[in-house]
Design a protein around this ligand. Structure first.
Ligand code: ADP
Length: 962
């Protein structure tokens, strides 16, 4: 769309109007300025003329007086000054005074300045000898006319101007003065007749700048002296005529003023007119003109702006209509739809050029023909039905059908048809059809439909009222309805009665907040089949925006089969868990039951070997040796089998912590050294420095390494070598390898290496073993997030390795490995001690008796019941108590608690002896306060060591309690 340029005509018009208005104002301003200048110059001229008039009048008045004065002088001199002449002259003076209005009086003085004559009556004994003019005439024989004043005259004391001439006799002798006293008010009276407005002023000064007359009259103006500045302003006094603006020293008003110097009569005339007054007319005219111009301007502006808006509106309208026309033209020329006007008889009355694109015909070929012929025969009936709806009063109908193109090909079209009524009859008269090619859409719909049909899940589209609008084949199948039976029905028919009312609420909530709802979220849902049976389903929902309003697209999955499998799995898991618990219980009771008899077997065999009850025969020694070794073998087997079974039952409890590799390896190296020596094998250790710590269960790690090392030593040859090495193949891992140069493993057997109870032929040799070690090691390593592996060559040797996660150095202090109680004091050396043994099993009691009998100075008390044990403990305060944990009536932990509760027994070390041998049991026991925790079957050496440590502190304790 073309934009209307902002500088186009309307804006230009406004600019012109604004310019014209400004120009008018400017011209008016200029004219006003001119008029003002004119008014001012007129004022100046007026003041000059006024000043001239005042000057002329003053000069004339003075000249007239001087003429009379000159005449009088001549008479006086000619007539002589004889006294007889006096009355005649007196009369003359009086006559002349009467003739001249400006004259107050004439007077004559003698050579001494005494008045001899005056034209008014009054005292004549007045002297003018001190008057300036008298001195002037006396001293200047050719002095001529002299003007003085204003000054008070000495006859009646009024203001007078004195016009005088000297009287000289024929011989030139000074004989006095003849003078005229002129009334200053005479000038003022004349000046009053001049027109000077209300604020004008006229002033007459003498050449001493003293006021002679002022109009309008001011009370004491006469006789005041002006300063030269007041009179001449900035101009020099030599100028005879000055016109300027100045302020009067008399009334302080500023006026335009003209000054005229009158050298003939030594006077200055000043006429002044008020500028305000002078410009009053001009001002009035100017205001009038400006108001007029402003009115014209406003009128012009209003006219201009409204004109501009009119133009602008017309422009916009024209522009819009041009754009709309262009768009319509564009639409019409490029429309792919065809527009046709038809009669109810099916005859085409008009068709748009779009028919070329849609059907391939020219409009002329169609107009006047029956269009029914262009429809597919199968669709005729459907279209006829739609047209009938129009006849029945429908506003419009939309129908799609196949139409034949000129080339014979059928295309799908969608036709929107509207009936146009005859304005006279109001009956439908003709049809307007907009026809569009929708072949592609139909194909897409077809594709979508087949996709929908082949989908493995049931799909249902419901409208805003929850009525089913569309279903696919799978929906028909799982719900057992035909498509026709479902379309138009409320979706609730597909769900059991108990869900229906809740579903309606849910539906309206969903309509208010449509959103995707994925499968499997929410509660268990059920579908209702046509036959009334229910089945579990899962539903996903998504909102659909369609021409017919918002709809909901639901995908429904029958999850009967899945639920069945889930249930089966759940049952299987439950059974397995139950079995595992049973196994666990079995293992722990087995462990206890096996260890208790083994304790007796190994213990007694050890006592026999100690040889305390008199020497054994060689045979007896050998037999007891066999019992001991078989006992140990059995104990190993029990331990390992139970361990393995425990792991498999998921009972393995590891305490994974930071372990220092060097410490752990040094410890197992030292532990295995005696076995290596016994087998004539050299045992080496290589750990690089530094090496990261690892994360492992310390105890279990040693168990693994001891197992691998004992294999490497056992399956070796005399003079062979075994090396324990640690490396770090990658930053996060530490590898510990046990290498030997022993017999190696045949390739055919290697695959069975980690199978439990597989000894790979070793069972036929002298070498002892259970066949469980490697299987157990693998389980343990894997439980510690590690890996185990090997490489072996028959006759050359084997390397077994494990890898465990490393923990970078500095992340926490490492637990020192291999820290073991160092005391191995012999109980025999302690001397003078008592031991209380609380144990219910008679065989074990006997075993203890025998053990203690080997220690000199240790007295044994035995108690078969816990209560008795407690009593004995209080009575005898033994140095050490050995306590079985599995006692009748009261368990060992409670016995310990009671011992710790009593002050007499609180300090006595208590060694636990128990068949509960798991690391957790041991840890629990030590935490409860046992001094040591010895497991059954008893390891005599370990037991004696513990006993020695307990007794070592006895003397100090005794001293303290004594
Ligand atoms: P055993 O208690 O028999 O040693 P293991 O599980 O530890 O049980 O070992 C399984 C078998 O693997 C052994 O019987 C032995 O035949 C073989 N074997 C294990 N380690 C080695 C080794 N370092 N050299 C040769 N053979 C070995």
């Amino acid at each position: 769309m073309r934009k209307i340029a902002p500088h186009s005509d309307p804006f230009r018009l406004i600019a012109y109007v604004a310019f014209a208005c400004l120009l008018m104002l400017g011209l008016e301003g200029w004219a006003a300025w001119q008029a003002r200048e004119e008014a001012l110059s007129e004022t100046k001229i007026k003041t000059e003329n006024l000043a001239r008039s005042v000057a002329d009048h003053a000069e004339n008045s003075i000249a007239a007086v001087d003429l009379v004065l000159s005449g009088l002088l001549e008479r006086t001199v000619h007539g002589g000054l004889a006294p007889d002449q006096a009355p005649r002259i007196q009369q003359l003076l009086t006559e002349r005074t009467r003739e001249l209005k400006q004259i107050q009086f004439f007077y004559v003085s003698d050579a001494d300045g005494r008045l001899t004559m005056a034209s008014i009556g009054g005292a004549l004994n007045v002297s003018v000898a001190d008057r300036e003019y008298f001195k002037f005439h006396r001293d200047h024989p050719d002095g001529g006319l002299h003007l003085m004043g204003p000054a008070r005259n000495r006859i009646n004391g009024e203001w007078s101007i004195f016009l005088t001439r000297g009287i000289r006799l024929a011989d030139g002798t000074f004989a006095g003065v003849i003078g005229a006293a002129i009334d200053p008010a005479y000038f003022a009276r004349f000046n009053k007749t001049l027109s000077i407005g209300k604020s004008g002023a006229i002033t007459l000064l003498n050449d001493d700048l003293v006021v002679i007359a002022r109009t309008p009259e001011l009370s004491n103006a006469v006789g005041q002296r002006f300063s030269p500045h007041d009179v001449f302003g900035e101009a020099s006094p030599k100028f005879l005529s000055i016109t300027n603006r100045s302020t009067s020293p008399l009334d302080g008003k500023t006026r335009w003023r003209s000054m005229l110097a009158l050298p003939n009569i030594n006077m200055i005339a000043i006429a002044a007119l008020s500028e305000r007054e002078a410009l009053a007319d001009w001002r009035r005219d100017t205001v009038r003109h400006f108001v007029l111009v402003l009115l014209v301007d406003i009128l012009l502006a209003v006219l201009g702006v409204s004109l501009a808006f009119g133009v602008r509106r017309r422009q916009i309208a024209e522009h819009k209509s041009a754009a709309a026309n262009a768009e319509y033209r564009l639409l019409a020329e490029n429309a792919t739809d065809l527009i046709a006007r038809l009669g109810f008889d099916g005859i085409c009355r008009f068709v748009s050029p779009g028919v070329r694109a849609v059907l391939g015909y020219d409009p002329e070929e169609i107009i006047g023909t029956k269009v029914d012929a262009l429809r597919h025969p199968d669709d005729q009936e459907r279209v006829a039905e739609s047209l009938q709806k129009l006849v029945d009063g429908a506003d419009f109908v939309v129908c799609s059908y196949r139409a034949r193109r000129k080339d014979g090909r059928y295309i799908w079209v969608e036709s929107k048809i509207r009936a146009i009524s005859d304005p006279q009859t109001g009956q439908p008269a003709e049809l307007i059809a907009v026809v569009r090619d929708v072949t592609e859409r139909k194909q897409a719909e077809e594709k979508f439909r087949s996709l929908l049909e082949s989908a493995p899940e049931a799909m249902i589209v419901a409208d805003g009222e929850g009525r089913i609008a569309l279903v696919n084949a799978q929906a028909e199948k799982i719900f057992g309805y035909s498509r026709q039976a479902l379309i138009g029905q409320p979706v609730e028919i597909l769900m059991p009665e108990r869900f229906r009312s809740r579903h309606k609420d849910y539906r309206s909530d969903y309509a208010a907040h449509p959103r995707m709802r994925p499968m499997g979220s929410g509660i268990d849902l059920y579908g209702l089949r046509n036959d009334g049976s229910e089945f579990p389903i899962e539903i996903s929902l998504s909102p659909l925006r369609t021409d017919e309003g918002p709809m909901v697209f639901a995908t429904v999955r029958d999850v009967t089969e899945r639920k069945r499998i889930e249930e089966a799995l759940w049952t299987a898991k439950f059974v397995a868990e139950k079995a595992s618990h049973a196994k666990s219980d079995f293992l722990s009771s087995m462990s206890h039951e096996l260890r208790t008899p083994l304790n007796a077997i190994i213990g007694f065999a050890q006592i026999l070997q100690m040889d305390k009850e008199g020497p054994l025969t060689k045979k007896q020694r050998a037999y007891s040796g066999h019992i001991l070794s078989a006992g140990h073998h059995l104990l190993n087997l029990v331990n390992e089998v139970l361990d393995l079974a425990g792991i498999e039952a998921g009972r393995l409890k590891l305490s994974i912590e930071r372990v220092a590799v060097r410490d752990a390896l040094s410890h197992v190296h030292a532990t295995m050294q005696p076995l290596a020596e016994k087998n004539g094998v050299k045992l080496g250790l290589r750990v690089p420095d530094p090496i990261d710590d690892i994360r492992a269960d310390d105890l279990r790690l040693r168990q693994i390494l001891i197992n691998l090392l004992s294999n490497a030593i056992k399956y070796n040859r005399p003079g062979g070598a075994v090396t324990l090495t640690a490396t770090q193949p990658s930053p996060g891992r530490v590898r510990i390898a046990v290498s030997d140069n022993g017999i190696g493993i045949a390739p055919a057997l290697q695959s069975r290496l980690f199978e439990p109870f597989e000894r790979l032929g070793a069972e036929h040799t002298e070498i002892e073993g259970t066949g469980i070690g490697l299987a157990l090691s693998r389980k343990l390593v894997e439980a510690m997030n590690g890996a185990i592996g090997f490489s072996s060559e028959q006759g050359v040797g084997s390397t077994f390795w494990i890898e465990l996660p490393a923990e970078a150095a500095g992340a926490g202090a490492a637990r020192p490995g291999g820290e073991r109680p160092s005391s191995s004091r012999s109980v025999a050396a302690a001397g003078g001690y008592s031991l209380l043994h609380i144990e219910d099993n008679p065989i074990n009691l006997r075993l203890m008796e025998n053990l203690v009998s080997t220690l000199p100075d240790v007295v044994l008390f035995a108690a078969a019941r816990p209560e008795l044990g407690l009593d004995l403990a209080v009575a005898h305060r033994p140095d050490v108590i050995v306590l079985d944990l599995n006692l009748p009536g009261m368990n060992g932990l409670e016995v310990l608690a009671r011992l710790k509760a009593r002050p007499e027994t609180r300090e006595i070390p208590v060694v636990a002896l128990s068949a509960a041998a798991s690391p957790r049991d041991i840890q629990k026991g030590l935490a409860a306060g046992f001094f040591r925790y010895i497991t059954k079957p008893i390891d005599v050496n370990a037991f004696l060591e513990a006993l020695g440590e307990a007794l070592a502190n006895a003397p100090a304790r005794k001293a303290a309690s004594a």
